[in-house]
Structures are given as structure tokens and as C-alpha cells.
Write a protein that binds this ligand. Sequence first.
Ligand SMILES: [Zn+2]
Length: 115
Amino acid sequence: MQLTRTQQPRMHSAYTRQNPPSYEPPAGVEETIGWQLAAQTWREHLPDDLLGLECETCHRTWPCDAWEIAEDLLNGSRAYAAHDGPDGPEQEDDLLPITPVFTTSTPAIPRHRAG
Ligand SMILES: [Zn+2]
């Protein structure tokens, strides 16, 4: 049986092996570390060169969980940046930082012993 290159599984991704996600997050993506981790994971968990059927890092059936999670993260980050990026609506200016409120008059909670 001959396998041709067209039988390799297709990546349903914005990225390809030749055009992998950049380590630098695109404009509007604020979670730099998260993006970089996802981009690194995406590059590491590509299908093997020979048949393209299993992940070359974790050797599970490709797409493996790690690749799918990375893919989701990258897509989600870009989608989020597209909607809420610098050009999007920003309504967080009116939000005050949340400060913990301590009260000194907290009543003691009566504790009942079981039995
Ligand atoms: Zn993998």
C-alpha cells in the first residue's frame, strides 16, 4: 500500500509547519507568556514527518491533546485581541481595583458540636 502526501491529515489551523505561530504574540494579545507557551507547545506537538499520524513529541494519535489545547489558546487569544484589542471598545477605565474589606465587628460564629 502506498501512502501519498495527500493522505496526511490536514491541519485545521491558521498555522502550518512552514508557517508556525510566532513566539511574539500578535498585536492586541496581552498574555505574552501564555501565548509563548502555547506557540512553543504548538511547534513541539506536530505530527511526525513520516506518516503524519502521531505526535512527534508525545507519540499519541495526532492531533494530540497538547496540540489541540495550544491551538485553542492561540485561536482564542487572537479572537480576543480582535474584539477587545486596542481598537476595540474599552470600558474598563471606570473599574476601580478591588480592595479587600476587613471589618472588626465580625460576630463570632457559634459552633455546634455534633452529638
Ligand atoms: Zn503531542
